[in-house]
Ligand binder design. Structure first.
Ligand code: M6R
Length: 612
């Protein structure tokens, strides 16, 4: 989704902005631009449809734009097609203001009409341009940049992270936030704004997260922040402790592959600090056993892969706690008039912590009195901050659009929640508890074993990348796992794919299976292995080409029926999907690689979906 970076300091701004935009590329975008205030106090804007490298070529790596203060943007089109003119920054008609914006100005039509009636000419089709034009309109009345910003913010409705420049105040950037992420970076004689920390970590690790309604004024000397009533706010600073290299490829051809291979380490970070003498201990959770026992309803709410983690969580939480758990897509939950009250627990799952639908669902649940426990990767993100309780996944920065290590760590954290809840409720069998805890400890190592077999999957993918449609089938845990395998494949390889509960096939979908259809059959769940086998026989009888996944224990048996069998080590039942997902991620990756797809930045997708 759109990315923001802003810089004020002593060095030339344009190269800093270009570098920041390059680091934001992973979020997904279709155009890029920068605005720099020149030494003659003029705002120079350069922008283009396409990638940052095209923008960089246009301005010779930044050498064409002189000035030590500027803002930059990567746009993911919503209002108005991707084009040079619709790209940000937007310049006001008189050239006094440049604006970058993430989010949506909901009442832009009305404001645009108002300004057109005042004689203002618009250049773009975007909602964002109204901010630049309105700023200039108010500034012409009050002649004060800060006051003009205040008037604009009182007039606009919707979601925004804004970076604004004024030619008459060439020493400052003003930033504002409502319902879209924006952070402040504190440097030595230089300061920054960014939509995410990767854009500026090369320059500073001291950041503060802006809250809704806040306005920040950044100069070379410092940053002042004000609340919606224009009262000064003392911001809490956070130190970012991950290494810059964590956001670089480190010798891998793609971030996705790097992140797949980082999973054992990410799991260690998520699990080890929470294992103490054979027990799961969440030092970072406020919920008490009494509170856990008092909940009468439990929801898991998320989008995309995080929702798939929730699907698996339903099986494990219901098994361990003997309470019913509802899993909802956040985009549906928020409009479903959900039955939620103060005795309800809502578990919110999000890698980015900024997904708009998930955020809206959280707020809806909170407004109805629910307790919010979130599982989040990005520290200090909006969802983390608005939750009653947050358990971080500590997976480190995830750059590839297709999630891998965040999925795995979310799953491990949710499994641990199941054990802690089961213990509080007295519903978990102690032998199972001990087995799962022991296996959680071994999980990273077992995952390393799975990763060692990556070449087998690469070879298989090299022979099977040309299918038009691929089915994933499985039952129960394997069905939920199939949903993730299927999403991974379709999002990066653009092959149509469906995940189906095997038992449902014969109720309609099996008519699509014909000679040569590729079916990825998941049979890791030991209790249902025989059923999985009979479904494999069923699709093979219709001509399907089967790639099967099972555990070491069942390999020999499955090889009697299927010639392409992948295996994972045996482990506690509820942890099987944590291992099973790895071959599916690798399969998707190598298929997409064979097809020459843009793996880290698949078409039409964004890393963090901050629009509805
Ligand atoms: O940041 P979130 O976990 O809230 O994101 C939710 C989905 O957008 C995300 O999981 C998406 O489905 C992934 N790109 C899938 O790989």
């Amino acid at each position: 989704m759109c990315g923001i970076v802003g810089f004020v300091g002593a060095q030339e701004a344009a190269p800093v902005l270009l570098d920041g935009l390059t680091r934001l590329e992973y979020r997904g975008y279709d155009s890029a631009g920068v605005a720099v205030v020149s030494p003659q106090y003029e705002i120079q804007v350069e922008k283009t449809k396409g990638y940052v490298k095209e923008l960089s070529a246009l301005i010779h790596g930044g050498a064409d734009l002189h000035g030590t203060i500027g803002i930059g943007h990567t746009r993911w089109a919503t209002h108005g097609a991707p084009s040079d003119v619709n790209s940000h920054p937007h310049l006001s008609e008189g050239g006094k203001f440049a604006v970058i914006h993430n989010g949506i100005i909901e009442n832009y039509v009305e404001i645009k009409e108002f300004l057109i009636n005042q004689g203002v000419t618009f250049r773009s089709e975007t909602d964002s341009e109204v901010v630049a034009q309105l700023l200039e309109f108010y500034y012409n009345e009050c002649h004060d940049f800060f006051e003009a910003v205040g008037r604009v913010l009182r007039r606009i409705e919707g979601a925004y992270a804004l970076g604004m420049l004024c030619a008459d105040c060439p020493d400052r950037i003003i930033a504002a936030r409502k319902d879209a992420p924006l952070l402040l970076g504190y440097g030595e004689g230089e300061n920054f704004i960014a939509s995410d920390v990767t854009a500026i970590i090369k320059h500073t690790r001291e950041v503060a997260y802006m809250e809704d309604g806040e306005v920040a004024v950044l100069t070379r000397e410092g940053i002042e922040v004000f609340d919606a009533l224009q009262q000064p706010v003392a911001k809490e600073r956070h130190h970012i402790d991950w290494e810059v290299s964590a956001a670089e490829k480190g010798g891998y051809p793609h971030f996705m592959l790097k992140e797949i291979f980082e999973q054992p380490e990410a799991l260690r970070r998520a699990i080890s600090p929470r294992l103490k003498e054979g027990k799961i201990v969440f030092d970072d959770m406020k919920l008490t056993p009494e509170q856990i026992r008092a909940f009468t309803r439990v929801f898991i709410v998320a989008c995309g892969s995080s929702y798939h983690v929730g699907m698996l969580g339903k099986y494990t939480l219901e098994h361990l706690t003997r309470r019913s758990v509802e899993v909802c897509l956040a985009s549906e939950f928020r409009y479903a008039d959900p039955i939620v009250d103060k005795n309800t627990l809502v578990i919110v799952i999000s890698q980015s912590g900024e997904t708009l639908d998930t955020m809206a669902a959280l707020r809806e649940a909170k407004a109805r009195g629910a307790y919010i426990l979130s599982i989040v990767n990005v520290v200090g993100s909006s969802i983390a901050r608005e939750s009653d309780d947050v358990l971080y996944t500590w997976a480190g920065p995830e750059i590839a659009v297709a999630t891998t290590k965040a999925y795995s760590t979310q799953l491990a954290v949710l499994d641990m929640i199941g054990l802690v809840f089961g213990e509080a409720l007295g519903t978990v069998d102690s032998a199972e508890y001990d087995e799962v805890v022991a296996e959680l400890e071994r999980l990273p190592e077992k995952m390393e074993t799975v990763l060692k077999n990556h070449e087998d999957i690469q070879k298989y993918a090299a022979q099977h990348f040309n299918h038009n449609s691929i089915f994933f089938i499985g039952r129960n845990l394997d069905f939920a796992l199939g949903l993730e395998g299927s999403l991974k494949l379709k999002e990066i390889s653009y092959i149509h794919s469906e995940a189906y509960a095997s038992g449902e096939l014969k109720h309609g979908t099996i008519s699509l299976i014909e000679e040569g259809t590729l079916v990825v059959a998941l049979g890791t769940y030991g209790k249902l292995f025989d059923k999985a086998l009979s479904n494999i026989i069923e699709v093979k009888a219709r001509g399907a080409d089967v790639l099967a996944l099972t555990t070491e224990k069942h390999r020999a048996e499955l090889e009697k029926t299927v010639s392409n069998v992948l295996t994972i080590p045996d482990t506690a039942t509820m942890l099987l999907p944590s291992l099973g997902v790895v071959p599916l991620q690798l399969f998707a990756y190598y298929v997409a690689l064979q097809r020459g797809c843009d793996i880290d930045k698949p078409r039409n997708l964004a890393k963090s979906v901050t629009v509805e």
